[in-house]
Design a binder for this molecule. Structure first.
Ligand code: NAD
Length: 434
């Protein structure tokens, strides 16, 4: 199939590149000319394992191209994927500005019938609106069909997830369009769930809201465990063995961040408001998370009410491991809070430091490795569970730091690993060790 993908962010770029990899002829369109230039050189503007290799391979193979021109990108295409951002608006609802702009550009440019496939996460009813908005401005005689194909990839393992996901969801009110998009996806060899348009849109929001609920739930249990002397790791393991519950997403920590969970949970509440339906469970999920994101900083401040003159090592800045994404990362609020209390911060992240510099205070010093970050520090604080941080020997904290005091916002080490190491270890939902 000849496919255009609009938007080359985390979702659009991975979609375009993997569709090319399974044999389609793909042109990716982005309004960001600098990004397009970088991509045409075979360089990925984002950090995702395996992505650069696939970009280069498919550029060389001639089945992948990048352009900032809609005219060039849409010419002769059968299918147009929409993968532009849908950030959170001021009132919590999804801001559809980029979707509207992309629709108008499609309508102005399109010369032939196409199926529009929406990968962007959009409120229930938006796909019908997208179809209408494009149709209203299209030249006479051209037809569009619409399919909702929400994305479930995880940043950090996006390429792997595209080839190994649990399911592909496609929803449409047109059986022909559904059949065509099922065929496009067939080489991925994954289960395909086919629904109507609105149910597909809802599956995406409901899935993210459910995962966010699991995280807030275990964090609430963690906070209680800490107060009554239980260990949340053991609690989660014991709960997770029950197949009705499952162990995934029961890791206590500094709460959820990133570009999806906070905004999609808020957007679902907004969808409810529009039809006069309040969602107290999801409101609590967000409230619990907002508090949780600051808990590790509050633990530090409880022990050191005045941090002036204290050298603090911050280990991990990205909102989760294996990504350079800093959108809504807990490190934003936590570093701000520690600076407010007078701390001097030295930070290390394996890949997110360039992006971090754009959003964090310029008072933070960035260093090239963990050793440099903890050298002569009074305390260290872990905010992202990168492997390199989890595998860093606990004995080294003692070796490099003024005093080995570790506040672990991601429970990277078990209490057994820490026992007897001389590291004063504070974590989430578990007793203080040493
Ligand atoms: P992103 O911000 O990384 O990328 C969006 C891209 O679209 C940017 O490169 C931007 O320049 C481009 N763009 C904006 N307006 C455009 C236009 N009119 N024409 C062409 N290009 C345009 O966003 P993302 O993280 O890839 O998310 C995209 C969508 O996918 C969102 O709706 C998001 O909720 C959803 N989603 C994201 C993830 C994730 O992990 N990031 C997972 C599932 C779903």
């Amino acid at each position: 199939m000849k496919i255009a993908v609009i938007g080359t962010g985390y979702v659009g770029l991975v979609t375009g590149v993997t569709l090319a990899e399974i044999g389609h002829q793909v042109t990716c369109i982005d309004v960001d000319k600098e990004k397009v230039e970088t991509l045409n050189k075979g360089i990925s503007p984002i950090y995702e394992e395996g992505l650069t290799e696939l970009i280069q391979k498919n550029l060389d193979g001639g089945n992948l191209a990048f352009t900032s021109s809609y005219q060039q990108g849409l010419q002769g295409k059968d299918i147009v994927y929409l993968a532009v951002g849908t950030p959170q608006g001021e009132d919590g609802s999804a801001d559809l500005t980029y979707i509207h702009k992309a629709c108008d550009s499609i309508a102005e440019t399109l010369q032939n019938d196409v199926i529009i496939v929406t990968k962007s996460t959009v409120p229930v009813g938006t796909n019908s609106y997208i179809k209408k908005r494009i149709e209203d401005k299209l030249a006479a005689g051209i037809k569009v069909e619409i399919v909702s194909n929400p994305e479930f990839l995880r940043q950090g393992s996006a390429v792997y997830d595209t080839f190994n996901g649990d399911r592909i969801v496609i929803g449409s009110d047109s059986p022909e369009a559904l059949r065509a998009i099922a065929e496009v996806n067939a080489p991925f060899n994954l289960p395909i769930v086919q629904t109507d348009l609105k149910s597909a849109e809802m599956i995406k929001y409901a899935s993210n809201a459910f995962l966010a609920t699991k995280i807030s739930f275990i964090n609430e249990i963690a906070n209680l465990s800490e107060r009554v002397g239980a260990n949340v790791d053991l609690v989660a393991d014991g709960m997770g063995m029950d197949k009705r519950i499952g162990r995934a997403f029961l890791n206590a920590g500094a709460g959820f961040g990133g570009s999806c969970f906070p905004k999609d949970t808020n957007a679902l509440i907004s969808i409810g408001k529009e039809v006069d339906y309040t969602m107290p469970l999801l409101e609590s999920v967000i409230n619990v998370n907002n508090k949780q994101r600051g808990i590790i900083a509050e633990k530090v401040i409880e022990q050191y009410p005045d941090l002036s003159g204290k050298q603090v090592a911050v280990l991990g800045l990205a909102f989760k491991p294996n990504t350079d994404d800093m959108r809504d990362a807990p490190s934003i609020h936590i570093t701000e809070r520690l600076l407010e209390k007078g701390a001097t911060l030295r930070a290390y992240d394996p890949v997110a430091m360039d992006n971090a510099k754009k959003v964090l205070s310029n008072k933070i010093e960035y260093v090239k490795d963990i050793e440099s970050a903890i050298a002569d520090a009074d305390l260290a604080i872990i905010l992202t569970e990168w492997d390199v941080i989890k595998e860093f020997p606990l004995s080294a904290y003692k070796k490099y730091m003024k005093k080995a005091v570790l506040f672990d916002g991601r429970n990277c080490f078990t209490i057994d690993q820490v026992a007897g190491t001389d590291v004063e270890y504070h974590s989430i939902g578990r007793p203080v060790e040493n």
